[in-house]
Design a protein. Structure first.
Length: 365
């Protein structure tokens, strides 16, 4: 019971500033006293412009008091306060202006009034609920694909997809024309693992969803999966494409991590510094180790052009074993300037199945 009492006391102390922040430091001796320390604007519209409230206060002390500064918790809140000392017994005001633009939803903003050379702090609050302004179709569907078709996104970056499973993401569409249009897709780059579910005809002025699904339920695929598709509206190919990507990994459902493999690299980044373009590769060595309790399998190794490694798909590492390997940087395949590239590796380590070995360089002719 004593421990529980201590924990509850600590929790109460922690929460006190959040629920009673209007109480000033040094309350008994603070010369500036506010009639009201909190104000609710209620429901306001985002497009309705700024709103303001005046907090009145009185100097209850025997000497003039100057406000050192007034700080706000958000740039959307602007205070206007006296810059000259307030005489004893005099009343003054602080005007707080709140700008609701870009601030939809409920809000609570703190205004901190510092006076007496930093000795005193008063906490004022303004609260309310901003009703979002109506959004335009261009805002909700920023990508114009042509023929009246607009979509919400052209980049769908899936996370890992486990073997034997499926994963879906949705892009929203809008037909801004008044007439129905037909919709089809052309593959510019195809993994063979992506399916697209969308209506073949989009009614005029209508909106809906396009569902993209990576399906590994019937086949095995490790490593990066990339698809680039081009909408075809009323038989006309769009000049813009939709890019999707995912990474196939093992299905670790029910796997005991204590008895699993565990991959460790002694380095995962190498900076070649300033180098020259040449046909002979720049090389660095590193070591992969299996610190787990089961055999580790290299499922996939994917390298960009100009970056290669002796680490290969299909390699295995027994528990406790290490494997030295090399990474080769072919600088002649890159343009002069700053170079950054990475090798993507997929293993059957359930804690971290995907890894990247990154390199950087400043390339000179």
């Amino acid at each position: 019971m004593k421990i529980r009492h201590i924990l509850l006391t600590a929790l109460a102390v922690t929460l006190t500033p959040a629920v009673s922040f209007a109480q000033p430091t040094g309350l008994e001796s603070a010369p500036l006293r506010f009639a009201v320390t909190g104000w609710s604007f209620g429901a306001i519209r985002e497009e309705g412009g700024t709103v303001s409230h005046t907090f009145e206060f009185t100097n209850r002390g025997d000497t003039p008091v100057a406000i050192d500064r007034v700080a706000t918790s958000c740039g959307c809140t602007t205070p206007d306060y006296p810059r000259t000392p307030i005489a004893p017994g005099a009343t003054a005001r602080i005007d707080v202006v709140f700008d609701p633009r870009g601030m939809p939803g409920e809000f609570s903003k703190i205004v901190t009034v510092v006076s007496g050379g930093g000795k005193y702090r008063e906490y004022l609050t303004v609260t309310g609920n901003v009703i979002p302004r109506p959004r335009t179709v261009e805002e909700d569907y920023p990508h114009d694909m042509g023929g009246g078709l607009r979509i919400s996104t052209t980049l769908l970056a899936f996370r890992s997809v486990a073997q034997g499973s499926t994963s879906s993401m949705v892009a929203r569409w809008a037909n801004t024309s008044t007439e129905p249009v037909t919709l089809a897709f052309q593959n510019d780059e195809q993994s063979g693992l992506l399916s697209i579910h969308a209506p073949e005809s989009l009614c005029g002025g209508c909106r809906g969803d396009i569902t993209f699904t990576y399906d590994l339920s019937g086949q095995t695929a490790y490593g990066p999966m990339v698809d680039v598709v081009r909408p075809v509206v009323d038989g006309t190919q769009s000049s813009k494409t939709i890019y999707t990507s995912a990474t196939g990994i093992d299905n670790f459902e029910g796997v005991d991590t204590a008895g699993a493999p565990k991959l460790f690299f002694d380095a995962m980044f190498h900076d070649f510094g300033e180098v020259r373009q040449r046909t002979i590769p720049y090389t660095f060595r590193l070591t992969a180790s299996n610190e787990g309790s089961a055999e580790l399998h290299i499922r996939s190794v994917t390298s960009p052009a100009g970056l290669q490694t002796t680490l290969r798909e299909g390699m295995t590492l027994a528990p406790g074993a290490s494997l030295p390997f090399e990474v080769m940087f072919y600088s002649g395949r890159y343009e002069p300037g700053e170079v950054q590239a990475a090798i993507a590796i997929v293993v059957d380590d359930p804690m971290r199945p995907t890894r990247e070995i990154r390199i950087s360089a400043i390339l000179r002719k």
